[in-house]
Design a protein around this ligand. Structure first.
Ligand code: ATP
Ligand code: MG
Ligand code: MG
Ligand code: MG
Length: 565
């Protein structure tokens, strides 16, 4: 490829609205452009990176025996009603009505569609196991799209769904996918960890997330310094639904509050997805999703929220930690006093273990008082990482825990019969009986992987691509070529030579001043740079610079190929 045939739109200034380095650099290097909130165009240069990432994912999925399909991105509401997710999924689901007033959604994920396909196409246990995948655009109406493609509304996902006669077969594919994901992220050259994850609202037996370690990560993960133990800290915050938990105490009381604090209202106000930063704490006597207590995960969010005022209430929001409450009142948070003040309670997540809480109920003007979900409850099934700090003993008894921030780039999940039973996806067994299929699902945020790679690979001059997904492997910059036929001819010759050798090379034939051309290429982050000029030609050499190390070298003109190996 020649730069004269490629739109290069680099920016000198860092765009003001880009908070994290990957977002800044993707804009500055001209890889993406914003259309609207959470919607981005991939520019020609950026798309090359996305396609290379996709190719690695596809190759490894194929190697693992998965079959590629491509499902529609628009999905009929009926299927989602059948799986009971039409209501449950909430506002993240973009709902559309067609000209016949039929309801659809733009798919945030494809469990329903693939299960519908399988229930029609697969009849016998002999056709199982099977694993279908696609690499396709998803839409999630994220409450707070941010960080560019890291948390976009429209993004590219590889999603796979496997179908089995029994748990043992599911486990095998799950293990294969775990290994496949490990290979994919290794090939890209990422520093990542697989961690135990919450099976959350979907249920199911086992789940792992793959996290790229980066300080900008939205998740906190804990891992042992002396074993393979690693978990998403969020894991332990999963609160069991009412009924499964020991009876919690709560009394409904009328208090002076002009509006009800539903999860939706509060999460809208906070612009934080309920699933991420808020935990619905269910207590006896309250409907699901009806009790609102806010449990924020860290100071980061608290500070952001502090800057805002609740539009509906007169009093400013009060943010407290249990320590502050105890210090001020001597009480175990029960008397923090939002009652009557119309203040949604916002507490630090350490407060989960305290007793006698007060929180809003979903009945107008009612609050629950004396809520006690903590002290007397037994430990959750999973390791309790809620208050974990670096240096704590690892739950597996081996070593101590370290805490790091992570970007979730992949997620694998044993779904069991969750969808197949609701959609009645069955096969005939060896004995001719009808049996519900067991399922697994496996996602990779392909576009997020690109952003996460930049988070880990950059310096003050720009991106430093790992070779595997770099838009080009090599850039060849002829210096002052417009003045020298000799340089032009030799550059063309080397360019052709590299192409013939299968090297993904970019010839910078824009004729810019060398400093400007070099700055562009450093910003874009191409791993190897070759510079050809009059002086080099006189001496029979070509200059070389390695983007990552900054090391410069010279090579004989006839050994260019070896230089970039
Ligand atoms: P998150 O916790 O970041 O919201 P998720 O758990 O909702 O992600 P999954 O349903 O597990 O996401 O989807 C599979 C993968 O899709 C994720 O691991 C992530 O890499 C990617 N992904 C999810 N949401 C987004 C988004 N808004 N923008 C970009 N990638 C995303
Ligand atoms: Mg999400
Ligand atoms: Mg997640
Ligand atoms: Mg996930």
């Amino acid at each position: 490829m020649r730069t004269s045939k490629l739109l290069i739109s680099t920016l000198k200034e860092t765009p003001a609205d880009a908070e994290i380095v990957s977002h800044q650099l993707m804009l500055r290097a001209g890889l993406i452009r914003r259309l609207a909130s959470g919607l981005y165009t991939w520019m020609p240069m950026g798309l090359r990176v996305l396609r290379k990432t996709e190719a690695i994912v596809r190759e490894e999925m194929n190697k693992a025996g998965a079959q590629e399909v491509l499902m529609p991105s628009v999905q009929p509401a009926e299927l989602w009603q059948e799986s009971q997710r039409w209501e449950k999924y909430g506002p993240e689901l973009l709902r559309i009505t067609d000209r016949h007033q039929r309801e659809f959604c733009y798919g945030p994920t494809h469990e329903e569609v693939i299960t519908d396909l399988v229930r029609q196409e697969i009849r016998s246990y002999k056709q199982l196991p099977v694993n279908f995948y696609q690499i396709q655009t998803k839409f999630r109406d994220e409450i707070r799209p941010r960080f560019g493609l890291m948390r976009a509304r429209e993004f590219l996902m590889k999603d796979a769904y496997s179908f089995h006669v029994d748990q043992a077969s599911l486990q095998q594919t799950y293990d294969d996918m775990y290994a496949t994901y490990t290979r994919i992220f290794q090939r890209i050259g990422l520093n990542f960890r697989a961690v135990l994850a919450d099976t959350g609202s979907i249920g199911g037996n086992a789940s792992h997330e793959f996290h790229v370690l980066a300080s900008s990560g939205e998740d906190a993960i804990a891992f042992s310094n002396n074993s393979d133990y690693a978990a998403n800290v969020e894991l332990a915050e999963a609160v069991k639904p009412a009924g499964e938990r020991p009876a919690a105490s709560a009394t409904m009381q009328t208090i002076d509050t002009p509006h009800k604090h539903t999860i939706e209202a509060v999460s809208n106000f906070l612009k934080v997805p309920a699933s991420q930063c808020l935990k619905t704490l269910l207590v006896e006597g309250a409907e699901k999703n009806s009790v609102v207590a806010l449990v924020l995960r860290g100071d980061h969010e608290l500070n952001e929220i502090k800057a805002e005022k609740h539009p509906l209430i007169a009093a400013p929001l009060t943010f407290v930690t249990p320590e502050q409450v105890h210090e001020a009142t001597g009480a175990n948070i029960g008397s923090i006093g939002p009652v009557g003040l119309n203040i949604p309670m916002v507490v630090d997540h350490a407060a989960v273990h305290i007793a006698d809480f007060v929180c809003g109920a979903n009945e107008d003007e009612k609050h629950l008082t004396g809520v006690n979900w903590g002290r007397d409850c037994p430990e959750p099934e999973t390791a309790d990482l809620r208050n974990v700090v670096a240096g704590d003993a690892s739950p597996d008894g081996q070593g101590t825990l370290e805490i790091a921030r992570g970007i979730e780039v992949g997620h694998i999940f044993q779904l069991g019969e969750n969808y197949s039973s609701k959609l009645n996806a069955v096969v005939l067994t060896e004995t001719g009986q009808s049996q519900v299929i067991t399922m697994g699902c496996y996602g990779i945020g392909v576009s997020r992987v690109v952003a996460a790679t930049i988070e880990q690979n950059n310096d003050e001059n720009g991106i430093i691509w790992p070779q595997a997904i770099s838009p080009f492997e090599v850039v060849l910059v002829p210096v002052n070529a417009h003045k020298s036929q000799r340089v032009r001819d030799k550059a063309e010759e080397i360019y052709q030579q590299l192409l013939a050798a299968g090297v993904d090379v970019l010839l910078d034939d824009r004729g810019l001043r060398p400093g400007v051309a070099f700055a562009d290429m450093e910003l874009i982050g191409i791993p190897h740079r070759l510079i050809l000029g009059e002086r080099g030609l006189d001496n029979g050499v070509i200059e070389y610079k390695h983007r990552a190390s900054g090391e410069a070298d010279e090579f004989a003109l006839d050994s260019v190929l070896e230089a970039i190996q």
